[in-house]
Design a binder for this molecule. Structure first.
Ligand code: KIV
Length: 292
């Protein structure tokens, strides 16, 4: 590997290591929706990542992440489905329960999966209650604006914090037809602005904006009092979210422009496994010291 490759691959990691050395995250406050609101007021950016299991959640919580999203992207990265649609409420609860066990500080937000809230606000509330009660999550996230506002209000009225999600909403992929940038035309941008305001007025504590023009995301972030977290929505949002497996380079099949890879874990893990296979086949492992 050349020096240039080394610096590209590891420089961001070294920066983060320095940050970890300087900051004692144990002394930082536990993240609540109120803390997020204060962060927006202070202009402090919010860092959010996905996690779907105990071990990864524990690592990113200890590293100081503010919000952990148990995303329905678990359907893609954990289960290998092409879309987020197949994942069930039971499967989301399983992932969320595992994440909750690993986390001390971050706010844990769990996606309501497709088909558990769109039709009927009563069913939506039941789904949200199951996630809060059975998994012990702190909040839920739902995709859509005006179309789902009754469900959003009903869940909020039960005291469950709700995060909205507008722009590219992957649960509607069959309506959109592609994963391309949303709200480029004024009509869709206008609806997005209205939906964002509607979600804030209803009482959502935050909104994710996915894959929309940076200028529109800036406008929405500045017009709302609640934090706006972007993914492919530019640097003016109040925070950023990425899928953990994408930013760690575990998943090699997905390279949108907005994705920054902080590691190449696919190569690291493949290399380690190849070494293990070699050591087993050549009878190098286990050695005298590694047996009883
Ligand atoms: O499911 C997910 O991972 C998400 C993020 C892309 C925001 O909703």
């Amino acid at each position: 590997m050349s020096d240039v490759q080394v610096s590209i691959m590891y420089y961001p990691y070294l920066c983060i290591s320095k940050l970890l050395d300087m900051t004692d995250f144990r002394t930082l406050p536990k993240i609540t929706t109120h803390v997020l609101q204060e962060m927006k007021l202070k202009g402090e950016k919010i860092a959010m990542l996905t996690a779907y299991d105990f071990s990864m959640a524990k690592i990113i919580d200890k590293a100081g992440i503010d919000i952990i999203l148990v995303g329905d992207s678990a359907s893609n990265v954990m289960a290998g489905n092409e879309t987020t649609l197949p994942i069930t409420l039971e499967q989301m609860i399983y992932h969320a329960t595992s994440v909750v066990r690993g986390v001390d500080r971050a706010l844990i937000v769990v996606d309501l999966p497709f088909g558990t809230y769109q039709g009927d606000s009563k069913e939506a509330l039941q789904s949200a209650i199951r996630i809060m009660k059975e998994a012990g999550a702190s909040a839920i996230k739902m995709e859509g604006g005006k179309e789902i506002i009754e469900s959003v209000k009903r869940i909020l009225s039960a005291g469950i914090p709700v995060m909205g999600h507008l722009g590219l909403t992957p649960q509607s992929i069959y309506k959109f037809g592609t994963y391309s940038v949303r709200a480029q035309e004024e009509e869709e941008a206008k609806k997005l602005r209205e939906d964002a305001l509607l979600l804030e007025k209803a009482g959502c504590f935050g909104i994710v904006l996915e894959k929309i023009p940076a200028k529109l995301a800036q406008e929405v972030s500045q017009s709302l009092k609640i934090p706006v977290i972007g993914i492919g929505a530019g640097h003016h949002c109040d925070g950023q979210v990425l899928v953990l497996h994408d930013m760690l380079g575990i998943n090699q099949d997905f390279s949108p422009r907005f994705l920054r890879r902080y590691h190449n874990l696919f190569a690291e893990i493949s290399g380690a496994v190849a070494n293990y296979i070699h050591d087993v086949k050549t009878e190098d492992f286990p050695s005298e010291k590694e047996q009883y």
